[in-house]
Design a protein around this ligand. Structure first.
Ligand SMILES: [Zn+2]
Length: 228
């Protein structure tokens, strides 16, 4: 049987590779990097280092993934996080685990009201086609793939992302909605790596639903890696 779906292969191209922090993803500690609007960036974070993600404009969602540096097939898994936390809403003090149930990082700061999403898949080429796009549309899945290729890696899967600041209210009946973030300009989340990892962040290019604010205008984010 011939398999046609390669999760690491982009469906299109965008500017993400221009924003690679270095050839292998190793950052300059303390330097503030941009995640350009509609693009993705991969960065290596060593055990004990802190990763700070900044919602510069307050309305922008960040699709966030992390892969173990010593085993790329092991990555932060929202399904396993749900079990570990007995919740779909991670908060400060919580640990984020992998698909092998190891602790990959901890959330040590969140200046926003704490509304984030862990249940919605990242946007991808197929999602935009279903929303009526006929041409290629930037998407978070390709941002992940392109950001990893830009640092010499390949996405082994498109894991369910931790969607920072994404506001998906869940009703008592289980119904969900896509609404604007409640975060404010300058809000930040800080994660402490418990294992060496490759973090990937996508400034979600969704402009057909209001997940990136009611004006549906995707904007840039920023991040930095620093020592404890
Ligand atoms: Zn997206």
């Amino acid at each position: 049987m011939t398999l046609s779906f390669d999760p690491g292969r982009p469906d299109g191209e965008n500017r993400s590779p221009l924003f690679a922090v270095s050839p292998d993803g190793t950052p300059e500690l303390g330097r503030r990097y941009e995640i350009a609007a509609r693009c993705g960036v991969a960065v290596r974070v060593q055990k004990g280092q802190l990763l700070e993600v900044q919602n510069t404009h307050g309305t922008q969602v960040c699709d966030f993934w992390a892969f173990c540096a010593d085993e790329i097939q092991e990555y932060m898994s929202m399904e396993h996080v749900h079990t570990s936390l007995k919740s779909i809403f991670p908060k400060v003090g919580d640990s984020l685990v992998t698909n092998n149930r190891r602790t990959l990082m901890a959330i040590i700061e969140d200046t926003s009201p704490g509304i984030h999403d862990t249940i919605i898949a990242s946007c991808d080429h197929q999602r935009y086609q279903q929303l009526g796009c006929t041409a290629y549309h930037d998407n978070c899945a390709d941002n992940l793939r392109l950001a990893m290729i830009a640092v010499g890696l390949r996405a082994p899967a498109i894991p369910a992302p931790f969607n920072l600041w994404m506001n998906i209210p869940v009703g008592d009946d289980g119904a969900i909605q896509w609404v604007a973030p409640v975060s404010k300009p300058g809000d930040r989340m800080v994660f402490k790596a418990e294992l060496d990892m490759i973090a990937v962040m996508s400034a979600c290019p969704q402009d057909l639903t209001p997940v990136n604010g009611v004006d549906c205008d995707p904007l840039e984010l920023h991040f930095l890696v620093k020592a404890m």
